[in-house]
Design a binder for this molecule. Sequence first.
Ligand SMILES: [Zn+2]
Length: 88
Amino acid sequence: MSEHEAGPVKRRGGSARKPIAHGTYRGARQHRYRKEPLCRPCRDAENAYQREQYARNPRKRAARKQTQYLTEEEWQARVAARREAGAS
Ligand SMILES: [Zn+2]
């Protein structure tokens, strides 16, 4: 008597089988995760979410990008400060 296990095939990627929460930002992300085109409600929800994020802190992305680059004003101020320090 051989005890060979022949159970049902285990499901993989359980998270991919969850129903999509359509009409929400999460739903939009679920579509993206599955590489599906977003349905209308999800696309609207995502747009609204991103607009809201952008409205809350519009500088966030720009600020992150500019960390390496000084603005013209900042640069001038820095140069002026350096000259002042070196002059005296
Ligand atoms: Zn959807």
